[in-house]
Design a protein around this ligand. Structure first.
Ligand code: SAH
Length: 280
């Protein structure tokens, strides 16, 4: 994890349970004699997130039952590595596909004091995100915008006179609903979970898939980025499948950026990455 990631230490479960008492029902001792939860259980992760956001940032957070439940440490990691990239303290950020969970704008505002605009195509997701902003005074500067055309990422979102230091994006990663379901089923089998737990993986269908998957989504973003070359200093996006990096890199380079990077992040055994490009 990024050296500045405050979530790299063991969680203080007794303190977290004090804030969210029902979290207790999900905490157990593992074989290393440490308190933990089942990270494959969406409802357990949701309560953990609620407690973490309350304890670190005094934020009142919740999520509709079927929405994608984000692991907070890795979401913060992306922002910390992106902060290194832009190299400045004050930043204006655009989050493409912010989701009902609003996780990047929340962490960007609460942890880094960045100003954030979030977009989504999903009205219900935005409605929930807006309710989180209204519940928390410290989030009042976060603005949400709806993308009315699902085939676009930036069109109609960035105003003519507007500038951003950074664009972040966690794209929908599956190619279609079937692939999303299949992969979730495989995960369930690998983790030897019971059938009743499958739905706990969370993620409403439209959150998880986009025609062509993350590759098409990022290619679209790369193509559109040319038209905002002077308005956004660094464009970035997570790439969840390593195999997609090659093709995505080629598409981004077609847009002729002046600089391009693949930034790797290690969270335990897992390596994730984001691509970054600029026209400055
Ligand atoms: N940022 C959240 C959610 C990511 S899921 C997180 O990291 O947990 C991807 C999101 O992208 C979904 O909410 C989906 O509705 C949204 N999305 C799909 N197509 C989009 C588009 N063209 N423009 C903006 N958002 C889009």
């Amino acid at each position: 994890m990024h050296p500045k990631n405050i979530f790299s230490k063991d969680y203080d479960f007794p303190a977290l349970i004090k804030l969210v008492p029902i979290l207790k029902e999900h905490v157990f001792r593992n074989e290393f004699d440490r308190d933990t939860i089942k990270f494959s259980d969406n409802s357990a992760v949701k309560l953990l997130n609620k407690a973490l956001l309350k304890s670190h940032y005094n934020i009142d957070w919740d999520l509709p039952a079927k929405s994608l439940c984000p692991p907070i440490p890795s979401r913060l990691d992306y922002l910390l590595y992106a902060a290194d990239l832009i190299g400045k303290d004050q930043a204006k950020v655009l989050d493409i596909g912010t989701g009902a969970n609003l996780i990047y704008p929340i962490l960007a505002q609460a942890h880094l004091n960045w100003q954030c605009v979030g977009t989504d195509v999903d009205v219900e997701a935005l409605r929930h995100a807006q309710s989180l902003i209204e519940k928390n005074k410290s989030l009042e500067n976060i603005k949400l915008r709806i993308q009315k055309n699902p085939a676009k990422t930036l069109l109609g979102i960035i105003n003519k006179e507007e500038n951003f230091d950074l664009l972040i994006c966690n794209p929908p990663f599956y190619k279609n609903a079937e692939e999303a379901n299949k992969t979730n089923r495989r995960k369930v089998t690998n983790l030897k979970l019971e059938e009743t737990e499958t739905r706990n993986f969370g993620g409403e269908a439209n959150e998880l898939w986009y025609p062509g998957g993350e590759k098409s989504f990022i290619e679209k973003l790369a193509f559109e980025s040319k038209f905002h070359a002077r308005q956004v200093r660094w464009f970035t996006s997570l790439v969840s499948k390593k195999d997609n990096v090659y093709g995505i890199t080629k598409s981004i380079k077609k847009a002729k950026p002046t600089d391009f990077k693949v930034i790797e992040m290690k969270q335990g055994q897992k390596i994730s990455r984001f691509v970054a490009w600029t026209f400055f």
